[in-house]
Design a protein. Structure first.
Length: 465
């Protein structure tokens, strides 16, 4: 597989640390509000990546954190804790907010056919791991205590800006995030590992630590949770492009300082979903959710298709006109597949070129658009319906668009079962040259508004539109 690696900004052959096994980590949601569809674009593409790796034969372990503490409204260690902000907004406790929006997030994922990761770990479960990692960084001289907080010292690194698109000048106070300067920091790029003396007197979640009562910085949680569940070597780290700096940059800094060796080889970043106002963001107040799309009559899988029609490394612009076009394409695709006959066995030799086409698409930096083209190639192909259904079922293990569900529902529907039975009786009557019975059945099917077609691939039928 060829995958674009943000660390180096080139396409590279994917070679996991242990042959045949993939340790994968996904930055999970901060559960203070509903996920908007821009967030979910990232999770859709990460889901496709995981499923394609499994499709390609890898044994994948995917870990995701749930940020339920410590993520401030500015990534530069300032502002209000997002969880506290959500709790104040809804007059609930932080843990009530975390539970509600975690459940809401995974309900949205279910609607979008996003597989739940093998391990889902809330940050509040791992306070001991955070404290241990911070302690080791202090012992090694990579961290220091100032103003009651524990900071990571970026000056100890040969190269902090590992993604190559940032420099210290970009962090000039007042330019990035319009924040006040933290005078406790030795260097502008330093970041908090653990807060003990915070301006947030009402901070609900605090824990005992060697440095006093406090709570973890946001960045430390992903490093510690990944090390806990993925071990010392991570193969692929995923997230939205806005996580690359400073969040992922800080993860690399603290993880490699803690471990003493290279940590994660491949970094997979999904670009933004934009609307007419630019990048979709919760900070703008109103934002699009899966539930809102459903209330407007859209199948959530239409949004998944909309995302798959574009490449994950390209910004995607959302509009209802574009979603309408995706809905039309999805309906046509499902109807076409539903007309295929499941009779017979697939021809595996005939299937190989189509499997190769799909693998060539997804194996080249996850080109989902060409992966969808492979589906249409199958439908147009001069192969049996059974072979087409087999191939589409295989592709859908990755695409997850429920492409064969209509076919399955057709066989389970009593009306459809009656149609299938009548067609079988008509076929038998024609075979026995019992034309009167065959004609009578044909007339009955016509009354039921069933169109029957005799094709090289067998008998096909569908209801009149």
């Amino acid at each position: 597989m060829i995958l674009y690696n943000s660390l180096g900004q080139t396409k590279q052959e994917f070679i996991p640390h242990t042959a045949g096994k993939v340790n994968m980590y996904t930055c999970g949601p901060t559960v203070y509000h509903y996920a908007h569809i821009g967030n979910l674009r990232t999770y859709i593409m990460e889901d496709v990546l995981e499923k394609y790796l499994r499709f390609a034969g890898y044994d994948v372990k995917r870990v995701m954190n749930i940020t339920d503490v410590g993520h401030l409204s500015s990534d530069a260690d300032t502002g209000e804790d997002k969880m506290l902000k959500g709790a104040k907004r809804e007059h609930k406790t932080v843990m009530e907010i975390a539970k509600f929006y975690t459940d809401a997030f995974f309900e949205d994922c279910k609607k979008l056919n996003i597989k739940r990761p093998d391990v889902v770990e809330p940050a509040t479960n791992c306070i001991d791991e955070f404290i241990h990692m911070v302690s080791v960084l202090l012992e090694k001289g990579y961290a220091y205590i100032a103003g009651g907080n524990v900071y990571f010292d970026t000056s100890k690194l040969d190269n902090y800006y590992v993604f190559g698109n940032m420099n210290e000048d970009d962090l000039a106070v007042g330019v990035r995030d319009s924040v006040e300067e933290d005078n406790n920091k030795r260097n502008k790029a330093d970041f908090v590992l653990w807060f003990t003396k915070s301006k947030f007197d009402s901070q609900e979640l605090k824990w005992e630590s060697p440095w006093g009562v406090g709570y973890p910085g946001w960045h430390i949680e992903c490093s510690a949770i990944s090390c806990k569940h993925n071990g010392e070597y991570l193969d692929i780290h995923c997230g939205g492009i806005d996580n690359a700096f400073p969040h992922h940059t800080n993860e690399i800094a603290q993880s490699e300082a803690y471990l003493g060796h290279k940590w994660c080889k491949y970094w997979f970043h999904v670009l933004h979903l934009n609307d007419a106002r630019g990048k979709m963001s919760k900070s703008k107040g109103d934002f699009l959710t899966v539930s809102l799309l459903e209330s407007k009559g859209y199948n959530p899988l239409v949004y998944r298709l909309f995302c798959l029609q574009s490449h994950y490394r390209k910004p995607l612009t959302f509009s209802y006109d574009s979603l309408d076009n995706a809905a039309i394409a999805y309906d046509k695709l499902i109807k076409k597949i539903s007309t295929l006959s499941p009779d017979g066995e697939p021809d595996m030799d005939a299937a190989k070129p189509y499997l190769n086409e799909f693998n060539d698409a997804l194996g080249n930096d996850l080109n989902t658009s060409l992966g969808l083209t492979a589906v249409y190639s199958v439908l147009k192909g001069n192969i049996s319906d059974a072979t087409k259904l087999y191939l589409i079922g295989e592709f859908d293990k990755v695409l997850s668009l429920d492409l064969t569900k209509a076919q399955e529902n057709k066989s389970e529907n009593p009306v459809n079962e009656e149609v299938e039975s009548l067609i079988a009786q008509r076929t038998e009557a024609r075979k026995n040259k019992d034309w009167a019975t065959a004609d009578a059945i044909r007339d009955k099917l016509k009354e039921m508004k069933v169109v029957v077609e005799d094709t090289k691939g067998g008998i096909k039928w569908h209801f009149e539109n």
